[in-house]
Write a protein that binds this ligand. Structure first.
Ligand SMILES: [Zn+2]
Length: 120
């Protein structure tokens, strides 16, 4: 029976996709959504997966931070802070936020997948 074979193949495919899907979730537990937070307030929520290369400028009092998104990675490109620790931290890795203490700026991955729209 040809139909039966096709049904079996479809079932196997669904099963395989299920396994691949859960494996993907296990291997990538963190979302690719990033919050840019200043002084406890979320300024931007960006989905790195969908975001194109761009530069975001954030001002704090007299200082400015230049955040860059390049090839789906986010990092502090430039900062007018005394220590420059935020720049030295490099790309944002899951679990380790980029913090610019003098400018009260934090870049970190969000833990939820609920926010779809880019907040401006
Ligand atoms: Zn800094």
């Amino acid at each position: 029976m040809k139909l039966k074979k096709i049904l079996i193949i479809i079932c196997i495919l669904i099963f395989l996709f299920g396994i691949i899907g859960s494996l993907y979730l296990i291997l990538n537990p963190h979302s690719q959504k990033v919050n840019i937070i200043q002084n406890g307030k979320i300024l931007y929520t960006i989905d790195l997966e969908k975001s194109e290369n761009r530069i975001i400028e954030v001002e704090y009092k007299d200082s400015k931070n230049i955040i860059e998104i390049k090839n789906h990675k986010i990092f502090m490109a430039d900062a007018e802070c005394p220590d420059h620790i935020c720049i030295k931290m490099g790309e944002l890795k899951s679990g380790i936020p980029i913090v610019c203490l003098p400018n009260k700026l934090v870049i970190e991955f969000t833990e939820t997948n609920e926010i779809d729209a880019e907040v401006k």
